[in-house]
Design a protein around this ligand. Sequence first.
Ligand SMILES: [Ca+2]
Ligand SMILES: [Ca+2]
Length: 161
Amino acid sequence: MPRPHSPLLLLALSAVLAACADTQPPPPLTASETEPNDSAAAANALSIGTPLNGRIAGQPRDVDSFKFSAEAGARLKLTVRSVGVDPQSTLDPYVEVRLPDGFTVLEHDDDGGAGLESELRFNVTQAGAYFVTVTSFKIHDDERASDDRATNTYQIALTRR
Ligand SMILES: [Ca+2]
Ligand SMILES: [Ca+2]
């Protein structure tokens, strides 16, 4: 007959397990873009301070549209990171921010961030809903190019500065 475990030992073990559970909360999940979102009319909502994961894939020339609301006077930074978030990423991102009319480009960027990554800083002068488009530099640069790779991953983030 094996000797039964001491109740004190079990108590100590369960206390250790509980302490581990307390100190290791699950990492926050980052939501992803939802296709189809190629047009401004189908743009995904982007909130200041809440990044989203995305992918330029699933069709020869994927474009991802986002929109965010901002008040006049807001000083914002928009980053689209590829290899900085996922070392396996093959995407060279290209990003544009459009005014609330949906057409006029306020800022655009290819590689203002680290390496080939995109980073834009801008000031909002007119309150309203702004639009962002993300695609690959290859698609932006050549109207006949396709760039459809499952590894074309990115993370878009809008923050105050
Ligand atoms: Ca996409
Ligand atoms: Ca898309």
